[in-house]
Design a protein around this ligand. Sequence first.
Ligand code: AHG
Ligand code: MN
Ligand code: MN
Length: 373
Amino acid sequence: MPLSHRWTLTRWLIEERRRYPSASGELNALILDISLACKAIARIVAFGDLGDTFGQALPAAKAGEAAATLGGHINVQGEVQKPLDVLSNEIFIRMNEWSGHLAGMASEEMELPRQIPEAFSRGKYLLVFDPLDGSSNIDVNVSVGSIFSILRAPQDVIDSGRDVTEADFLQPGATQVAAGYALYGPTTMLVLTVGNGVAGFTLNPNLGEFVLTHAEIRVPADTREFAINTSNSRFWEPPVKRYVDECLAGQTGPRAKDFNMRWIASMVAEAHRILMRGGVFMYPRDTKDPAKPGRLRLLYEANPIGFVVEQAGGRASTGRQPVLGVVPSQLHQRIGLVFGSRNEVERIERYHQEPAASDAGMELFAQRGLFRN
Ligand code: AHG
Ligand code: MN
Ligand code: MN
């Protein structure tokens, strides 16, 4: 299709807004600012070790130096921040703090909520983001992305213009106004929901425009593909072991079909694959570290991806309940996450509800299960 016939992100947002005649256009403007941040990050990621073009030099990797030690700083997660984690965070802040649409921001890379500086006016939305997801993949030129979630600020924040607190962000995912991600892969894509299905846009690098290429993305209900970090199998809970063992048993097992496995270690890239062709992703709660109920963070990983996946007809769960129903207790809370093709996620939820059956299942597969205790 010639470019002139395609919709840009701007046009798509305007057409969406027509459904709400009273809408002010602030949400659209906010999403366009976020998309600009993503374009800036995409450009830096694409330049790799050649250095960035955004006016800030990145420390060059020395041969043999552990990439993870380059940034040096430890974030609130106890994880080493890479230069691109920090720079991406900074880009998100700068592109969004001035507009008057936000009451505050929070991100993986900031321990506390970020206030909108006095010099700018404050608005009615909260922006929560993972500026760079999958950052362990940066140094090996594997896809990374940015994930964002837009919430409405509590009414008293809007009315008073007061500083935001952690508590203002602790809203269940079901209240998200919009969510999405940018994927910095072979092409840069922006995938977005404003609560009316999911659309995907591909960055035309010549124009610097996101162009609608994937209208109405739907996740197939069934799949033969799963994604999980199997090096954690000894820490899995029985329902997860049962599910994976049954997949591995393949054609001659209880599922009577062969499965394929993928693990990119960039959740945003796994989410995109699943949105494009189905599949199930699991980073379940496990017993690895009692202080960490899961690996992924609720507010800026599980909730936005969960919203997108559910809007595309898939399902997102903790294994025990829909992830979008979880009332957060902390800004940087971690949670077990299972999402993707609806029938598989529902099966995994059933296994969590049937502990007895699950144990029986484990016994049945204790002989041939690869990940048995
Ligand atoms: P981040 O780079 O934002 O810290 O997130 C990384 C997350 C997620 O993207 C990925 O699925 C997971 O960590 C990878 O975990 P493993 O290291 O266990 O593979
Ligand atoms: Mn992440
Ligand atoms: Mn991150």
